[in-house]
Ligand binder design. Structure first.
Ligand SMILES: Cc1cc2nc3c(=O)[nH]c(=O)nc-3n(C[C@H](O)[C@H](O)[C@H](O)COP(=O)(O)OP(=O)(O)OC[C@H]3O[C@@H](n4cnc5c(N)ncnc54)[C@H](O)[C@@H]3O)c2cc1C
Length: 426
């Protein structure tokens, strides 16, 4: 039996699935098919550039890619052509691991407002995602608002307030550094619709906010009094201790030029400003009457969660999560990672999906003498579609590392065109 398996997407869930298949010693050929030229999904484009140790998990995935039975097809989007059905015809089994790459919408009057971004857009921009490199967020405002109480909200704030020196040792894009150099932002409000004990921040991320070179982190006045201490249990107590170690006002003798303030119990209701945002109105959720406050700001980023993109031929719910049962979509077709579970958990959480899908494939999939890799190459050839092979990716990876200056780990390619030009030149 030599199973031909296609995995669509190349984030953690794709690689954990491939790793589990390899560990099981299933006699198989695995093709990882990715719409971008590069592998690793949100490890490259989500995880913050100043968290290089987290990004190091890609070394584990690199070993998977190095396995002789694994191939990479970068720059190949599975949707209209090739479609899921075409892929299912040429492989014995197909795993959907396409993640959730769209922002959940605020659903107030944010449409067409200049100065408003979803966190996906902003994060992808600073991380060099080819589809967002031209976002050009205008940081010519003294105040920014970030809506959301998860780590992504903190990531966005941290990148906005870090000094260029603090960012130099990261793989943030040069165009983001140039924009941040000219930023006028001095104050950032991180807004939660519920209280501090409901926040989804992890302790490491909160702690980092107290260690910034040129930024004080504070809580809005009264926060500590409003916390119901009866609710504190193990993990919450730790988070509470770190969060409440911040003052409720900027230290008087501080010489730091920026401030991040956590504000809670506020829900956004209305953007102020015709086309360009000048502020945002919030309802006070602790108040029984229609109390509202307005914060003047020229930049608003919402980090309130993610939605999946539709893939033609697959059924999903309103959040974009693929309909499946225990990771099985239908015979020979499986789902893993965020697209199957929703946008939650850490990188390692995707391991369980990968293991489960590998188990299903081991127990249920039989070889039907599929053409697999050769069939895919033919399909791509038919429409003159170029792809990036794993050998080419390794060359791109080496080039990115070679181009880096002494402190940064790599200078990323940020467009498909540049990548294909580079490949043609070697
Ligand atoms: C901003 C942000 C920061 C994060 N930071 C951390 C962190 O510090 N630590 C941590 O543990 N976790 C972090 N996470 C969570 C972690 O990144 C996810 O758990 C993980 O990446 C989900 O893996 P996945 O494979 O399901 O999806 P993804 O990583 O999103 O991978 C999906 C891949 O599929 C590709 N794809 C999509 N559609 C198609 C298609 N039609 N055809 C071909 N390819 C397609 C995409 O381009 C992408 O490469 C973060 C998440 C975000 C959003």
């Amino acid at each position: 039996m030599n199973l031909k398996i296609a995995i669509i997407g190349s984030g953690p869930s794709a690689f954990y699935t491939a790793q589990s298949l390899i560990k099981k010693n299933i006699n198989c050929e695995i093709d990882i098919i990715e719409k971008l030229f590069c592998p690793y999904g949100l490890i490259r484009f989500g995880v913050a550039p100043d968290h290089q140790s987290t990004k190091n998990v890609s070394r584990v995935f690199e070993r998977v890619l190095n396995n002789p039975n694994v191939e990479f097809f970068g720059g190949v989007e599975i949707n209209d052509y090739p479609s899921i059905n075409e892929i299912l015809e040429i492989y014995d089994s197909v795993v959907i691991a396409t993640g959730m790459a769209k922002d959940r919408v605020l659903n107030i009057n944010e449409k067409n407002k200049t100065g408003y971004f979803g966190a996906t857009q902003f994060v992808n921009w600073y991380n060099g995602h080819p589809e967002y490199k031209n976002l050009n967020p205008c940081l010519n405002t003294d105040t920014a608002i970030i809506i959301g109480n998860g780590n992504v909200a903190i990531d966005c704030a941290r990148i906005l307030v870090k000094t260029i020196k603090e960012l130099e040792s990261t793989d943030i894009t040069q165009y983001a550094i140039d924009t941040l150099k000219n930023s006028s932002i001095k104050n950032i409000y991180i807004i939660g619709r519920r209280g501090p004990l409901d926040a989804k921040f992890t302790t490491v991320e909160i702690r980092e906010m107290g260690e910034l070179l040129d930024c004080d982190t504070i809580l809005s006045p009264g926060t500590k009094n409003n916390i119901d201490k009866k609710l504190l249990d193990g993990d919450l107590a730790k988070q509470y201790r770190i969060l409440t170690s911040f003052d409720e006002s900027k230290p008087k003798n501080s010489n730091k030029s920026k401030t991040v303030e956590f504000k809670f119990h506020l829900s956004p209701t209305e953007f102020i400003g015709e086309n360009e945002i000048t502020g945002l109105k919030f309802k006070n959720n602790l108040s029984s009457n229609e109390d509202c406050i307005t914060i003047n700001a020229g930049l608003v980023i919402s980090a309130i969660g993610y939605q999946g993109d539709e893939i033609t031929g697959l059924k999903s719910d309103e959040s974009g999560m693929i309909i499946h049962k225990n990771n099985i979509i239908e015979d020979r077709l499986y789902a893993a990672g965020w697209v199957s579970r929703g946008p939650s958990g850490v990188i390692g959480t995707n391991k369980h999906d990968g293991a489960r899908v590998a188990e299903h494939i081991e127990n249920n999939v039989k070889s039907k003498n599929s053409s697999g890799r050769e069939g895919l190459k033919k399909l791509l050839n038919l429409k003159n579609k170029k792809y990036i092979s794993k050998e080419q990716w390794f060359k791109i990876d080496q080039e990115e590392i070679k181009r880096a200056n002494k402190s940064s780990p790599r200078i990323k390619f940020t467009s498909h065109e540049d990548v294909f030009n580079f490949i043609d030149s070697i």
